[in-house]
Ligand binder design. Structure first.
Ligand SMILES: [Zn+2]
Ligand SMILES: [Zn+2]
Length: 326
């Protein structure tokens, strides 16, 4: 397995793409964003391995976001490669008109519900429109289901569903000489925590799902993880617990914010947690605040009053909101 780091000027930072070559299907896991620059970088990186786009047999996608799936359609057109991802993310990779319209409608409704001011909505829609080309060409997608095992180069990869950041987020498990490793996409990242609640507004109970994902990663006891951004994670078990603890702390911060501002909208809670936001963070901040409020609501600690939230007065015992260490 080879890792390439591809430029991603739109969403900040670099994207990690993985190549599996050998006797079996020549396979990429994730592709990077659809820009001329990233495409050239990928072509150069593959050329150094003696591979051209036309040689690709298979493209496995961890999830539909443009910085992971952007070049899939174009690479498929050049190579005839099979593109596979989880069925929940497939319509977004295929740029299915109904699926995209549903997301657009949901954005419009949620941004109002979250209490996002008109000026911020304008800025955010402007930013999102500016990124439209990054999703690239339409791909034809074949589903990969949790537990499916596919050949990739000289290896076998097993799909593992890791929902939360997106509905269909899928990791790939590989056996190596010294253990088992997870290609984790954006489900497990070093340094920063993946957004939940804003990154895929189709996901219901996004935080609940993401916490279960982290618990499943913790329980699996992987020996290493290879994420969608940055560098390998040497202790995925500890990193999963660290992110659970981070969300626990954030939950406490949300309750503190409510104590000060209730009844409050997700936008107000977001402002308390994250301050002023720009670009994609205008979506991610209140999305994440909303996911926390929804999670607190499901456990009876907050209640909704129209588009605002307040504490219920129930003793804020937050242990039951988080998975126990595995
Ligand atoms: Zn993502
Ligand atoms: Zn990403």
């Amino acid at each position: 397995m080879k890792r390439f780091q591809l430029e991603n000027s739109f969403f900040e930072g670099l994207n990690d793409t993985y190549l599996f070559a050998g006797d079996g299907p020549t396979t990429l896991v994730d592709t990077g964003v659809s820009t001329e620059n990233t495409r050239e970088q990928l072509a150069d990186a593959l050329a150094a391995e003696g591979i051209e786009f036309a040689d690709l047999d298979q493209i496995l996608l961890t999830h539909f976001h443009a910085d992971h799936a952007g070049l899939a359609g174009e690479l498929q057109a050049e190579s005839g490669a099979t593109v596979r991802c989880h069925p929940d993310d497939a319509p977004m990779v295929e740029h299915d008109a109904d699926a995209e319209a549903a997301v657009q409608a949901r954005h419009e409704r949620l941004f109002d519900e979250w209490g996002m001011p008109d000026s911020a909505q304008e800025q955010l829609f402007g930013f999102l429109d500016g990124g439209e080309g990054l999703g690239g060409e339409d791909a034809t997608v074949e589903p990969i289901e949790p537990g499916d095992v596919v050949r990739a180069g000289d290896e076998r990869l097993e799909a593992m569903h890791l929902p939360g950041h997106t509905a269909g987020l899928t990791g790939f498990v590989r056996e190596v000489d010294d253990g088992r490793e997870l290609l984790s996409g954006d489900a497990l990242l070093p340094e920063y925590t993946p957004n939940v609640g804003g990154a895929d507004v189709r996901v219901e109970a996004a935080l609940e799902k993401y916490l279960s994902t982290l618990a499943s990663v913790e329980a699996a006891g992987f020996d290493r993880a290879h994420p969608g951004h940055r560098y390998p994670i040497e202790d995925p078990t500890a990193r999963a617990r660290e992110i659970i603890d981070h969300h626990r702390e954030r939950t406490e911060n949300v309750l503190e914010a409510l104590a000060e501002h209730e009844p409050a909208t997700p936008w107000q809670i977001s402002a308390h947690l994250f301050g002023d936001l720009s670009n994609i963070h205008i979506l991610h901040g209140p999305g994440e605040a909303s996911a926390h409020l929804e999670h607190l609501g499901a456990h009876g600690l907050v209640e909704r009053d129209g588009d605002r939230y307040r504490r219920t007065g129930q003793e804020p015992e937050i242990d039951p909101l988080f998975p126990d260490p595995q």
